[in-house]
Structure formats: C-alpha cells, structure tokens
Design a protein around this ligand. Structure first.
Ligand code: HEM
Length: 491
C-alpha cells in the first residue's frame, strides 16, 4: 500500500511487523480479540496491524476510545467499504454501508425516533405502562409456559431455540405489528441462521481484506449471500403487505410510520432529505440488529446462572423480597433490584459478547494521542480489551456481580457501570440500547421469578466462546427448569 506521508512532528502508530502479502493475518487467525489485546499491551492503545496488505488501526483503552469516538467523534464515525458489507441490505444498510453524509444522519435520526415512539407509546391494555413493556411482558410470560411444557415433554432442552423466537417477536411486534409461532419455519430459518451473518461480518474476516481470497470458492460466503437475500425478501413481502393495507388514520407499527414519512413528506422534516426506499428499508436494520444481540445476552445470562447457582439464588431472593410473588416484574422495577442489575452488567462485561464494534473508518486525516492517522483508515474498536483491562477491573477474569455494588449491596455504582463497553460509544453508538437493556431486564426477571434453571445431572455447560461478530457459546441441550411456585396467583 502507498503509505501517505506523515506530516512533520507526527508519527505513524506503532505495531507488529507483518509478513508480505498476508500481514499479521496468521497472528489474528484465532480469537482476534485476545490476540489484539495482547498486542495492545506491547504497542499501546493506538496501534496499527496489517490484514493482508491493508493497514488497520486498532484502538484500546477506555480513555483512548472516549477520545476517538466521543471527543473526536466526527473523525472516527465512518464505516469501511468492505466487500461483505456491500451484500447486507443490498448495500443500503444504516449500520454497515460506508455512507456518512446528511442522508445517513437523517436516516439514523428517523430510525431512533421510530424506535422511541413505538416503545414509549401508551399500551392499549391498562396492565402495562407502555407498548414495549406490553410486548416483552407477554413474550416472557409465554416463554415461561413454553419452557415448562418442553421440560415436561423432553426432560431437558436447548433454551436458545425458544429464546430467539420470543426476542424476535418483540421487535416484530414493534416493526410489523405481528408475532410468530415458535414453529414458524420462515422465521425460524431466518433467526437460526444468523450465525452465517456473524461469521462473515466479524472484525478481521480475512476475505474482506485479501482480494485473492474472494476468488476462491467459500461456503461461508455463499451461505452469507443467500442469507442476506432471504432476509431482504422476507422484509419486502412484509412491507408490500403494509403498503396494501396502509391507512393513514391507523398507523399500526414502525413500518406504517415509515411509510407515512414517505407519503407525506413535510418540508424541512427529517424525512424530506431521504429518498423513499432508504426510509422504508430501515426496518431491515432494526429487525436485523433487534433480535440477535438481545437473544445472545439472555443466552449468556442463562449460562452464567446454571454455572453459578448461588448467584441465581441470590437474584431470586432479591426478586422475592422486592417484587414478591403476587405480581409480574415491570419495567418500573428497574433501579430497585441492585444485585440483578449488577448481574446483567457483569454478564455484559465478562462475556463481552460483542468483542469489537462494527468496524469504523476515519472520515478525514486526523491525529490521535500524537499519532497521525490518514483519512479512510479502517478502525477496530476493542471493547473486549476495555472490559478486561486490569487497570479498570480487579481480577477481570472472575465473574463477580458484586464488583458493581456499594459495600452495603444496596446500590449499583453508576460510574463503574459506564465503564462496561458493549453498545459502542459516540456517533455510532447502538440506537437500540434503550430497548435492549429493558428487554434483558424484563425477560430475565420474569423468567427467574418463576423458574429455576439447571443442567441435567452430570452435565456441564461449555462456556468457551466461538469468535464472530458476536461471541457465542456452544448450544447446550441439557437445560432443565423447575417451577418455583404455582403460577395462577400472578397478575
Ligand atoms: C449498532 C450493540 C441491541 C440497533 C450497534 C453496535 C454495537 C451494538 C456494539 C455498533 C457500534 C459501533 O459500531 O460503534 C448492541 C447490543 C445489543 C444491541 C450489545 C443488545 C444487548 C440492538 C437493538 C437494536 C439495535 C435491540 C434495534 C432495535 C442497532 C443499529 C446499529 C447498532 C441500527 C447501527 C448503528 C450505526 O451504525 O450507526 N449495536 N446492540 N441494537 N445497533 Fe445495537
């Protein structure tokens, strides 16, 4: 590659020497988040590696990430134009396309507003405080029944198989106004194949950086293409149905509200700046991002709960004491269950299941910590490193929710909570964080109020993560549940 000249007085970022042609690819072949964390200990928070012949900037350290993504947010908000990203949502994705101009900004705002509107809107039934609570509460209650039913039929089961549909149903309800049965084959084939997505979009996938590899036949690439096409077709059919039944006096869901923005473009509105097709296809990003990481959060929760039964008991004791057994948990209980909330934070931190954000790129020539970084440089943001940094955490490899609590165990330390990096930072920070945190909270508390989780005697879960866009554990078919008390009494 042509190394641009570094301006006087500035240095290029340090980094390991790479081999010709492949660069540092061999060092990063297995668990790149761990390899890059090790390398950052030697070269620092701002370092450069080569993947193939392409230089990639790797950022670590909480202060450095806050500097780059927040204070110098505009400089670091781009997305690299990677071949695999062009296959997502026909290259029009809000999250993966290289676009960052005015149209992109308006689209992000529109998507944020749509999510917000359809979460906080009042629920038509009086039992819930808002639509979001209504959807989650309904799906979580259904999931409890489903777990008990499969437990009775099969004596043990893989909870992910059911979690994914329940979580997908929440975002489906918001986006499309519908829910799917746990045996719906079309939905199942989309949500269960999301691994194909994570393998290819993982930070550092060699075929995104080494052109030669793209000419070799690749099964994972073929599956990825097919997956993205099925995804777009699935959504197109739903959007078409919405257009056909659209009624401007009855906006049913996010899809309807996006259609409304297209049909009735008020001057000076956010939507006026965006071509119509780039409005409606925002549901692609919302649905796509909306189920995978929440499912993964809950599935990591269950793994920790069966591995540490005493932690599970302590959460249940807190639920019994604060909520009792007469009513279901609600979103307004957030803030009153410190141990449960510390457990969720510790699950995010310890698993760091999104080890890197989606890759960024620089939008202009810039300087970070005294190092010169040219425009268009691909940037990996190492969240895993921050969550396991010994400078920030005592015994970072130990799973210990109490690290987030004050000495009396009555309060979560807010500052420590904000050190956990899992939603990114700054201008690309996740737009679903609000919904995601509420979903994890309400699913988890609803499940644990009523059920006790364990694995079949003599079995152990395998928590070894497999690398991808998100870290996943092996599926485990040996989960069991026991009902904690008769359910009829719950309102
Ligand atoms: C982007 C995490 C749930 C919508 C992201 C990013 C992360 C993230 C790390 C990339 C940030 C970056 O590139 O710097 C998570 C986690 C979730 C979650 C951990 C669950 C626990 C959701 C949900 C939605 C959503 C429920 C929508 C309903 C998005 C979108 C983007 C995004 C649209 C792209 C934003 C952009 O590129 O500007 N998320 N997310 N996420 N997330 Fe989430």
């Amino acid at each position: 590659p042509l190394r641009r000249r570094v301006p006087k007085g500035l240095k290029p970022p340090p980094g390991p020497r790479g081999l010709p042609v492949v660069g540092n690819v061999l060092e990063l072949r297995k668990d790149p988040h761990l390899a890059l964390t090790r390398l950052s200990q030697k070269y620092g928070d701002v370092m450069e590696v080569a993947i193939g012949s392409q230089p990639v900037l790797v950022l670590s350290g909480l202060d450095t990430l806050r500097q780059a993504l927040v204070r110098q947010g505009e400089d670091f908000m781009g997305r690299p134009d990677l071949p695999s990203f062009r296959l997502i949502a026909d290259g029009q994705s809000l999250g993966f396309s290289p676009e960052v101009g005015e149209v992109w900004k308006a689209r992000r705002k529109l998507a944020q507003n749509a999510l917000k509107t359809f979460s906080i809107a009042a629920s038509p039934t009086s039992s819930s405080s808002c639509l979001l609570e209504e959807h989650i509460s309904k799906e979580a209650a259904y999931l409890v029944t489903k777990f008990l039913q499969v437990m009775e039929e099969e004596q043990s089961f893989d909870p992910c198989r059911y979690l994914v549909v329940s979580v997908a149903n929440v975002i489906c309800a918001m986006c499309f106004g519908k829910r799917y049965d746990h045996n719906d084959q079309e939905l199942l084939s989309l949500v269960n194949d999301s691994e194909k997505f994570g393998e290819v979009t993982a930070a550092g996938n060699p075929s995104d950086f080494i052109p030669l590899l793209r000419y070799l036949p690749s099964r994972s690439m073929d599956l990825f293409k097919d997956y993205n096409q099925r995804f777009v077709r699935f959504l197109q059919a739903i959007v078409k149905e919405h257009y056909e039944t659209y009624d401007k006096d009855n906006i049913r869901d996010i899809t309807d509200s996006l259609i409304e923005q297209c049909l009735d473009k008020k001057e000076a509105s956010t939507a006026a700046r965006i071509p119509n097709e780039k409005i409606v296809n925002l549901v692609n990003d919302l649905f796509g991002a909306g189920f995978e990481s929440v499912t993964n959060s809950l599935s990591w929760c269950l793994m920790y709960l069966v591995t540490y039964p005493n932690i599970q008991k302590r959460i249940q004791a807190e639920l019994d004491q604060t909520i009792g057994r007469e009513r279901r948990p609600r979103l307004s209980d957030q803030g009153t269950l410190p141990y449960t909330e510390a457990f969720i934070l510790e699950m995010f931190r310890h698993s760091s299941f999104l080890p890197f954000t989606i890759p960024h790129s620089t939008t202009k020539d810039t300087v970070l910590n005294g190092y010169y970084i040219p425009k268009g440089r691909c940037v990996f943001v190492n969240q895993w490193q921050v969550n396991h940094d010994e400078k920030l955490w005592q015994d970072p490899h130990v799973f210990n929710p109490e690290r987030f609590l004050n000495a009396e165990g009555t309060e979560v330390n807010k500052e420590d909570g904000e050190k956990v990096l899992i939603f990114g930072l700054g201008k690309r920070r996740c737009i679903g964080e609000f919904i995601a945190r509420r979903q994890v909270f309400l699913f988890l508390t609803t499940l644990l109020q009523q059920l006790e989780f364990s694995v079949r005697a003599g079995r152990k879960v395998d928590m070894t993560p497999r690398y991808g866009l998100s870290l996943k554990h092996k599926r485990c078919e040996h989960f069991q549940v026991k009902q904690r008390f008769p359910m009829a009494s719950l309102s």
